[in-house]
Design a protein around this ligand. Structure first.
Ligand SMILES: [Zn+2]
Length: 331
């Protein structure tokens, strides 16, 4: 009996150390993840090493492309993929509760609602992209009040500039309704554009391509998703010219070489934009990606405690015009 008590004590102790808090007691400061993709579990997803693009293969078009050379799991502690829809929901909603997180989620609306049912109100902020919707359908969706974010708009994967006029009516609706827009800029390709996505163009991730859009919609608030990585000079110039341009550091934070990720974030802060950088994961299917990505900010020695709080929480709360009363705080 005594041993059982000791075992229980140890297990509870380990749980508390790993997750920081139980459901009813808030011990951690709130964190907002700006970029969470929501879908049913993708069959066949294996484990993945964080910063998996650190050692790109020297491949040859006359040989068969080895995808596992890019999406590799050959590291000390690869991150496992969620095993089922239920497992995915449990792992994410547990993190929302125990890590005191709010997640900005976009993708399958049915799955988003099933996650929302498991967490306190307001902890999931739903987003929607135009996708196949008509402009009127898109307006109706935003006017319903359910969606707070236009995301993820990813014209780069379609070989299109974000300032392409075919997208303009959708951005006009977002501007009119005061809904911020998240636009994928920069990352992608992963060395296999010719094989998996022939329309993708690295050049269409250039942050300068946003300028015509911003000129047409001076009240549109924009998040450049993935921070235009690796086009730092143009990103800095764009942010310098436009006060309503923010960035999220999702995706790049766990996929490109860690030293380069840190150098990129450091450069943005150094250039004066510490109040417009927002933490995000670009979560897809590997739940531990969340604490792995958060750790990059939490353990960055070049950031002050205040700068870390800005990136992990304050900037995103301000981006959505939310305030402290919308969140739970340690007592
Ligand atoms: Zn993206």
């Amino acid at each position: 009996m005594k041993n059982l008590f000791l075992l229980t004590f140890l297990l509870v102790g380990v749980y508390t150390v790993s997750f920081g808090q139980s459901d009813d007691k808030v011990t951690r400061m709130p964190v907002i993840d700006m970029h969470v993709h929501v879908s049913k579990v993708r069959p066949g997803s294996g484990p993945l090493c964080p910063w998996f693009l650190s050692d790109m293969p020297g491949a040859d078009p006359n040989e068969e492309f080895n995808f596992s050379n890019v999406f590799n799991s050959d590291c000390l502690d690869p991150l496992p993929a969620a095993e089922s829809d239920e497992d995915l929901k449990n792992q994410i909603t547990d993190r929302i509760k125990t890590l005191n997180m709010t997640m900005v989620c976009f993708g399958d609306p049915g799955v988003i609602r099933s996650w929302m049912a498991e967490v306190p109100e307001g902890r999931i902020i739903p987003g929607i992209s135009p996708g196949q919707l008509t402009v009127e359908q898109f307006r109706d969706s935003l006017e319903s009040g359910f969606y707070k974010y236009m995301s993820e708009v990813a014209p780069q994967y379609q070989g299109m500039s974000p300032s392409d006029m075919s997208l303009d009516p959708y951005f006009a609706v977002a501007e009119e309704l005061g809904i911020p827009a998240g636009i994928h800029m920069g990352t992608g390709g992963n060395g296999m554009t010719n094989i998996t996505n022939a329309k993708y163009r690295a050049s269409l991730g250039d942050p300068f391509l946003l300028e015509d859009l911003l000129a047409r919609h001076p009240k549109l608030k924009v998040c450049v998703q993935h921070a235009g990585y690796p086009m730092i000079e143009h990103m800095i110039a764009l942010m310098g010219a436009h006060a309503y341009v923010y960035v999220d550091i999702s995706g790049m934070i766990w996929s490109y070489p860690l030293d380069d990720v840190k150098a990129y974030v450091k450069r943005l802060v150094q250039a004066g934009f510490g109040k417009r950088i927002m933490y995000g994961t670009d979560f897809m299917t590997w739940p531990r990606m969340i604490e792995t990505s958060m750790g990059v900010i939490e353990h960055s020695q070049f950031l002050s405690a205040d700068q870390k709080r800005d990136i992990l929480f304050n900037n995103a709360a301000r981006f959505f015009r939310m305030d402290d009363s919308d969140f739970d705080w340690p007592q």
